[in-house]
Design a protein around this ligand. Structure first.
Ligand code: MSP
Length: 644
C-alpha cells in the first residue's frame, strides 16, 4: 500500500478577501502535496475556512447580513480562488459544517471527561482581531495587542478552561525529542521560550456572543446555564485538522492519514499550532503531527499589507497579468522559507525574465531550435557513448537531483528551486562549451545529437522536479518529449534513473516571453483609493538619517528644586556612562513613575546648559488634551538600539 501523506493549510478567516499572504500558504501546501503525489504517496491535502468567532460576527453585522449568509459568500470566494489557481486540495473544510461541529463537540467532551477542562471565571484582555487572550504582562503598553497593536478589550466572564499549564513539561520534552518538529529550526527557540516563560490555562469558551459551536449536549442537559457558552474559536478551528478526516463525525473515516505530516502556517499562528494544538492532541491521546512549518509575511513595498492602508496585493490580478506559474515560481523562489518577503512587480519581472526566460526558456528554445534545424526533430544516439561522453555531467545531474528531496522535506522551496536551476545552467554551459553550430559545420552530427539528448534528459528530469512548483509549465516541457508529470514517470526517470537515447521532439511556443514593462498600473489598490495627503514641512530620507534616535532606560530621576518644569534624568543608552537629560515633564511624572522605563531619545542633539545643569539629549514625548506621554518601544529593547 502507498504510504500516507497528510498536509494542511491554515483555515482562513472569512472576514477578509483572499490576498497574497493566503495564496502563499496555499501554494506551499499545494507544492508539497504535488511533490508527494509524484513520489506515489497517497496524499490528503486540506484547506478551508474558519468561520466562527466574534470578529466574523462583527464583520457580518457591519455588512447588515446574518453571519451564515455572510460566511457562505466569503467562503465561496476562497474556494473559487483556489479552484482558479488549480490548487489540488482533497477536501475544503468549513467550520460551519455540521460534521466539523460534531468533531469539535466530541473533542471538548473527551478533554472534559479526562479532567483537562474545568469551569472558572476569565478576567483579562482579549484582542478581537487576533481572537487571542493576553496576560497583562504580555500587552504592549497599557492595553494594546502585542501581535497586531490593536486595542484589546477587558473581559470578565464565566469560562471553561483547558489545563494548558499541566502540559508544560510534556510539551518541552516533545520539542526536545523532536528537533525537526518546528520548521524552520530557527523558530524553535521562540516556541520553547514561550512555554518556558510559563503557560497559563487557556480560556476555551466565551459567553458574550453567539457565533460559535455550542458545548456538547452531555454538558447542556443538566446545566442549562451552559447554553450561553460557545467554543473559543481557536479550539474550534484547530480541530478542523481532525474533523476533515472524519474524526467522530459522519464523514468517511480517513483517520489512517493521521498524524499530519505538515501543518503549514504563517509565523503569526505558530504558537497556536506548536503549543495549544499539541497540548489538545496530548489530552486526546492522539499521535502528534510530524512538522509545523511557519513561513514569514509578505509586505508590499516594505509595508505591512492592510485593508485600511489599501495596499493589499490581490493575487488574482497578479496571476491574470503575469501567469499562474510565474507567480507560483516567484513566491516559492523569492524568499527563504520562514523569512518575510516584499512583493514588487519589478522583482517578479526580474525573476520571469532572468530565471524563467533566460535560464529555463532559453535552454528549451535552443534544444527545439537545433533539434528542428539539424535533425528535423528526431534525435538518436548510442546510449553507452552518450553515457561515456557525458559521464561527468550525468554524475553532476544525479548529485543535484539527489539533493532536492531534503530541501522539499524542510520546506526550503527557495533552495529547492535554486538547486534545480543549476541543471539549466549546466545545460546552457555545456552547449556554449561544445559549440554545436561549429560541430555541424564540421559534419559531426552524431556529437550534436548526443549533446541534444543530454539536454533532453536534463530538461525532462528537471521538469519532473519542477512540476510540483509550476505544474502547467512543467507539463508543457514534458509534452515536448511526449511525457507528463506523474508518479510512473518520476519512478522511471528519477528513481530508476532511465536516460533517453532517442526522442521525437514536439515543438511548443516559447514558454516565458520577455516582459518589458510592468503589466499592472501599480498593484491594484484593493479596498480604498488613497487620496493625496498634504504633508507639512516635508523632509527627505537623508534629512531623517541625520537624526540619531535611540532606545534607553531611565536609571535615575530626580527633582530639580530650582525648576518648576524640569526633571533630571540619567538614561542608559548603552554607552560608557549614562546620559544626563533634563526633561520638561515634572508636571506629568514623578521620578518614581520613570525609574526603569524605556524611552526614545534624540541622542545627537547638541548638549546644552539649562539652569546650570548639562543636558545631553532629548526625550521623545507626545501630548494631547489627556496630558503628556513619553514614547516607549512596544517590546523591551537593548539600550542604545537605533530607531529607524
Ligand atoms: N483562522 C486562522 C487560522 C486557523 S488554522 C487552524 C487565521 N486565519 S487568517 O486568515 O488570518 O490567516 C491565515 C494565514 O494567512 C496565516 O497562516 C497567516 O500567517 C497568513 N497570512 C495572512 N497575512 C499574511 C501576509 N501578509 N503574508 C503571509 N502570510 C500571511 O489566522
Amino acid at each position: 500500500m502507498n504510504s500516507k501523506f497528510y498536509i494542511t493549510s491554515p483555515i482562513y478567516y472569512v472576514n477578509d478577501i483572499p490576498h497574497i499572504g493566503h495564496a502563499y500558504t496555499t501554494i506551499i501546501v499545494d507544492t508539497l502535496a504535488r511533490f508527494h503525489r509524484l513520489k506515489d504517496k497517497s496524499v490528503f491535502c486540506l484547506t478551508g475556512t474558519d468561520e466562527h468567532g466574534q470578529k466574523i460576527e462583527q464583520s457580518a453585522q457591519k455588512k447588515g447580513q446574518n453571519p451564515k449568509d455572510y460566511v457562505d459568500t466569503i467562503a465561496e470566494r476562497f474556494k473559487s480562488l483556489w479552484d482558479a489557481f488549480g490548487i489540488n486540495y482533497d477536501y475544503f473544510i468549513r467550520t460551519t459544517d455540521s460534521t466539523h461541529q460534531q468533531s469539535a463537540q466530541y473533542v471538548f467532551l473527551k478533554m472534559y471527561k479526562k479532567g483537562d477542562i474545568y469551569k472558572g471565571e476569565y478576567e483579562g484582555n482579549y484582542c478581537i482581531s487576533c481572537e487571542s487572550f493576553f496576560a497583562k504582562s504580555q500587552l504592549a503598553g497599557e492595553k494594546s495587542c502585542p501581535d497586531c497593536s490593536k486595542e484589546t478589550i477587558l473581559l470578565k466572564e464565566e469560562s471553561y478552561f483547558f489545563k494548558l499549564s499541566a502540559y508544560t513539561d510534556k510539551l518541552l520534552k516533545f520539542y526536545d525529542e523532536n528537533p525537526n518538529f518546528i520548521l524552520p529550526k530557527s523558530r524553535r527557540n521562540e516556541v520553547i521560550n514561550f512555554v518556558k516563560s510559563g503557560l497559563e490555562d487557556l480560556s476555551i469558551t466565551r459567553t458574550s456572543f453567539n457565533w460559535g459551536i455550542k458545548l456538547p449536549k452531555e454538558l447542556l442537559e443538566n446545566h442549562p446555564s451552559n447554553q450561553k457558552h460557545v467554543m473559543y474559536v481557536w479550539l474550534d478551528a484547530l480541530v478542523n485538522y481532525l474533523s476533515a478526516l472524519g474524526f467522530h463525525n459522519d464523514l468517511e473515516n480517513k483517520m489512517d492519514f493521521w498524524p499530519a505530516n505538515y501543518h503549514i502556517v504563517g509565523k503569526d499562528i505558530l504558537r497556536f499550532h506548536a503549543i495549544y494544538w499539541i497540548a489538545f492532541l496530548m489530552s486526546l491521546d492522539l499521535p502528534l503531527p510530524k512538522h509545523i512549518a511557519a513561513h514569514g509575511w509578505w509586505t508590499k513595498d516594505g509595508a505591512k499589507m492592510s485593508k485600511s492602508v489599501g495596499n493589499v496585493v490581490n493575487p488574482k490580478e497578479v496571476v491574470d497579468a503575469y501567469g499562474l506559474d510565474a507567480f507560483r515560481y516567484f513566491v516559492l523562489r523569492e524568499v527563504p522559507f520562514g523569512q518575510d518577503g516584499d512583493f514588487s512587480q519589478n522583482a517578479l519581472i526580474e525573476r520571469i525574465n532572468a530565471d524563467l526566460g533566460n535560464d529555463l526558456g532559453n535552454l528549451l528554445n535552443r534544444l527545439l531550435g537545433m533539434g528542428a534545424k539539424y535533425f528535423n526533430n528526431t534525435l538518436k544516439a548510442d546510449l553507452s557513448e552518450l553515457k561515456t561522453t557525458y559521464c561527468e555531467e550525468l554524475a553532476q545531474i544525479q548529485a543535484l537531483l539527489n539533493s532536492l528531496e531534503s530541501y522539499m522535506n524542510e520546506v526550503q522551496t527557495h533552495r529547492y528551486l535554486e538547486e534545480l536551476w543549476k541543471l539549466f545552467s549546466l545545460g546552457n554551459a555545456t552547449i556554449a562549451k561544445k559549440e554545436p553550430w561549429q560541430l555541424i559545420k564540421a559534419n559531426k552530427h552524431a556529437e550534436v545529437a548526443q549533446l541534444l539528448l543530454l539536454i533532453t534528459n536534463i530538461l525532462l528530469k528537471a521538469a519532473l522536479f519542477l512540476s510540483p512548483c509550476m505544474p502547467k509549465s512543467a507539463n508543457k516541457i514534458l509534452k515536448v518529449f511526449g511525457l507528463s508529470a506523474n508518479a510512473e514517470n518520476f519512478k522511471r526517470f528519477i528513481t530508476q534513473g532511465e536516460i533517453l537515447d532517442s526522442i521525437i521532439l514536439e515543438p511548443t511556443p516559447a514558454l516565458f516571453p520577455r516582459i518589458e514593462e510592468k503589466l499592472l498600473q501599480d498593484i491594484k489598490i484593493e479596498c480604498t483609493k488613497l487620496e493625496p495627503l498634504e504633508i507639512t514641512n516635508p523632509i527627505s530620507k537623508e534629512d531623517f538619517t541625520k537624526i540619531d534616535l535611540r532606545i534607553g532606560t531611565i536609571i535615575n530621576a530626580e527633582v530639580l528644586p530650582k525648576s518648576e518644569k524640569l526633571l533630571k534624568l540619567q538614561v542608559d543608552l548603552g554607552e560608557a556612562r549614562p546620559r544626563q537629560i533634563l526633561a520638561g515633564i515634572k508636571a506629568h511624572y514623578t521620578p518614581q513613575d520613570l525609574l526603569g522605563k524605556q524611552v526614545c531619545v534624540l541622542a545627537n542633539l547638541k548638549p546644552a546648559k539649562l539652569i546650570g545643569e548639562i543636558s545631553e539629549g532629548m526625550l521623545l514625548a507626545t501630548s494631547d488634551n489627556e496630558g503628556l506621554s513619553f514614547i516607549t518601544p512596544q517590546n523591551k529593547r537593548k539600550n542604545g538600539s537605533k530607531i529607524s
